[in-house]
Design a protein around this ligand. Structure first.
Ligand code: PSU
Ligand code: MN
Length: 306
């Protein structure tokens, strides 16, 4: 029988032995979401943020056919410098593992790996969702379907602002995924702390979120919780300011025939150019902020279990 190809870093293996809370982190943000060296500096900051909250960070990626949960310093640096790593989602994770390949995990693939490793909380930047023009392209991220079936609490800063946010909310509602704004009524949108859209739900403490996570398990309702944690005010860029630039970048991607999994990385890189680095600065601030909240939720879950 084929064994589960899970490989734990020494730090994560130790946390598992102690029964200490663990927070999963994804790696597509490293390989396809940010340029080098900011990607490496960010992952260090994010992992430290989780540790400062008293939890253990587990960055997930595929290396030579192994599903790594927790990466060593050398593995992280190699990933941050690599330019030939495949962006993996639910569709291609098994193929990459079977071939002995290398890959970074999106929100969807990270959720699958984290769940196999018994992790319940995961921090990312922004989830994928329904793209603008999806009525023609049918481009809807597999992240949404994963949230509907895999029981993790995922802390993000909202769906990425490059998406069609009202349509993304509709699909999440259809799929039965609770979208919970943290500490405010408005839906945050990644680089922007607020939008004109109301979040379907609101919660104000890590304990409340942990209780909802546990209740979902008790009820036997499949899927996870999506926490939309607003980017810190100092780093937030008003949505109205970004809107014309997002429209411009989206039209460009269309003209250049960029499709499938290349769309999101293209738009993120282009927005960073168009804003002279402001979106990247916001992205770094929001993911660190999400890692802190995820750490607190993981601790709270642990306390409720004991
Ligand atoms: N959050 C970020 N930057 C990213 C991503 C999230 O701050 O690059 C990645 C995540 O891995 C997410 C993916 O799952 O973008 C969505 O890609 P797609 O739209 O192709 O499903
Ligand atoms: Mn897509």
């Amino acid at each position: 029988m084929t064994a589960l190809p899970l490989i734990f870093s020494p730090e994560v293996a130790d946390a598992r032995t102690r029964g200490a809370p663990i927070v999963a982190l994804e790696s597509t943000i490293i390989t396809h979401g940010m340029p080098f060296p900011q990607n490496l500096e960010t992952v260090w900051r994010v992992q430290d943020a989780v540790r400062e909250e008293g939890a253990t960070p587990a960055t997930i990626a595929v290396i030579k056919g192994g599903l790594h949960v927790g990466l060593t310093e050398e593995e992280l640096e190699a990933l941050a410098r690599a330019d030939d790593v495949v962006k993996l989602s639910r569709a291609d994770l098994a193929v990459c593992l079977a071939r002995g390949g290398n890959g970074s995990t999106t929100v969807a693939a990270t959720m699958i790996a984290a769940h196999l490793a018994g992790i319940q909380v995961f921090a990312t930047g922004g989830i994928g969702g329904v793209h603008r023009g999806a009525e023609d392209s049918f481009d809807i991220s597999a992240d949404l379907h994963e949230l509907a079936q895999t029981p993790l609490t995922v802390v993000c800063a909202g769906a990425k602002a490059i998406l069609d946010l009202p349509k993304t909310l509709e699909v999440l509602e259809t799929l039965g995924v609770p979208v919970i704004a943290y500490g405010q009524d408005a839906l945050p949108a990644f680089w922007s702390a607020t939008t004109d859209l109301m979040a379907p739900l609101r919660m104000d403490s890590p304990d409340a979120i942990a209780r909802a996570h546990v209740m979902r398990t008790v009820l036997g309702v499949s899927g996870g919780l999506l926490i939309a944690n607003p980017v810190p005010k100092v780093a937030s860029i008003p949505h109205s300011e970004l809107e014309p630039l997002i429209a411009e970048a989206t039209a460009e991607a269309d003209r250049r025939g960029i499709k499938g999994k290349a769309v999101t990385p293209y738009l993120l890189a282009r927005l960073n150019e168009l804003t002279l680095g402001r979106t990247l600065a916001a992205n770094i601030a929001l993911i660190e902020n999400n890692a802190r909240l995820a750490g607190k939720i993981a601790i709270s879950l642990k306390n409720q279990a004991s």
